[in-house]
Design a protein around this ligand. Structure first.
Ligand code: NAD
Ligand code: UFG
Length: 330
């Protein structure tokens, strides 16, 4: 029996494939390489010493997706494939609604057809949207989302809830990631966005390696101790291990978990830690706030600990060291 990983060549998917394979699972990957490179597959093979069946196509193509289910004995699916750039989603909402929703609905229809009803879905802290307190717990209702990207995740969560209501033999685990960063300790896989990075850590890496001149820190007048925004950063290997636990331990039914460290860290704190552990300087300047950024949010991760036995093992220093190690290796 095998696990199908959609988007398995991407940042989080590739690290999850490694952890799944290291735990003795057979893994099949589908990815259209829209936001990833084929070299990642070779590197996953190097890290694990295992081979993987890989399909390269867009999962919005339902007929092709069916072929995977015809050709393999799949017992569960982890669904990472999707577009994820918040800013781009504001400019190109149709592209985001189309890819994220159609790919997911196709996948669910094909799974239903082949009677495979175990799914882990990549959701996001973005579904909490605007809340009254910064600490996000699964007990809270989804809030008003601040981008089309976040809305796609909230809509998919709703679709999954409706699907489960219609047929409670599905086992669906929704994982809400906070801010995934870091890289595999081998330095062979990590986050490698196309073009100029939008997210903080990839941008820091480009400045530290001299490929970009200066990091713009968006706002230093937020109501936080040092004036910069606070987020909950999680090492991607911890996150990947959370998926293995979700497959193994999540109770039957539909369950939602935050995957995060539970610790809020400011932009400036992350930059300073990066400089300290890697013994280098990151040139930065403060600029205006970025539209849509919330001042502060972090997770309550206790549900994942209580029910899946999972918590983060790596700290901010590990994150900064591993991210830099990957960047130097590229
Ligand atoms: P990523 O872009 O690195 O990986 C996604 C992969 O899916 C890419 O390799 C891309 O080529 C592939 N893909 C996209 N659309 C596809 C399609 N229609 N058919 C086949 N393949 C397709 O992103 P990531 O950071 O690894 O994120 C994985 C998932 O986690 C996404 O759903 C994302 O929205 C979610 N998520 C990410 C973050 C984050 O900050 N990285 C935070 C919360 C949630
Ligand atoms: N930031 C900078 N300069 C940069 C990039 C980011 O100062 O060049 C700041 C942002 O203003 C923010 C923090 O760094 O305060 C983190 O920003 P990221 O873009 O790295 O991440 P976000 O918190 O905006 O978004 C992340 C994921 C989304 C997800 C969201 C959940 O990238 O996929 O968390 O709310 F939806």
């Amino acid at each position: 029996m095998a696990i199908l990983v959609t988007g398995g060549i991407g940042f989080i998917g590739s690290h999850t494939v490694v952890e799944l394979a290291n735990n003795g699972n057979e893994v099949i990957i589908v990815d259209n390489l829209y936001n990833s490179k084929i070299e990642v597959l070779e590197n996953i093979k190097k890290i694990t010493g295992k081979d993987f069946r890989f399909y390269q196509f867009d999962i919005c193509n339902k007929e092709k997706l069916e072929e995977i289910f015809k050709e393999n004995k799949i017992d569960s699916v982890i669904h990472f494939a999707g577009y994820k750039a918040v800013g781009e989603s504001v400019k190109e909402p149709l592209m985001y609604y189309s890819n994220n929703l159609i790919s997911t609905i196709n996948l669910l229809e094909v799974m239903k057809k082949f009677n495979i009803k175990k799914l882990v879905f990549s959701s996001s802290a973005a579904v909490y949207g605007i809340q009254e307190t910064p600490k996000c717990s699964e007990k809270m209702k989804r809030g008003e989302t601040t981008s089309p990207y976040g809305t796609t995740k909230a809509m998919i969560e709703k679709i999954l809830e409706d699907l489960y209501i219609s047929d409670n033999s599905w086992n669906i685990t929704i994982l809400r990631y906070f801010n995934p960063v870091g890289a595999h300790s081998s330095g062979l896989i990590g986050e490698d966005p196309r073009g100029t990075p939008n997210n903080l850590m990839p941008y820091i890496l480009k400045v530290a390696s001299g490929k970009l001149d200066v990091l713009n820190i968006y706002g230093n007048n937020y109501p936080t101790p040092d004036g910069t925004c606070i987020r909950d950063y999680i090492h991607v290997v911890d996150l990947a291990k959370g998926h293995v636990k979700a497959l193994e331990k999540a109770p039957n039914g539909l369950n939602v978990y935050n995957l995060a460290s539970g610790k809020g860290v400011s932009v400036l704190e992350l930059v300073k830690t990066f400089e300290k552990v890697n013994n280098l300087k990151v040139n930065y300047k403060f600029v205006d706030r970025r539209p849509g950024d919330l001042p502060e949010y972090y997770a309550d991760p206790t549900k994942a600990y209580n029910e899946l036995g999972w918590k983060t093992a790596k700290n901010l220093e590990d994150i900064c060291k591993d991210a830099w190690n990957y960047e130097k290796n590229k």
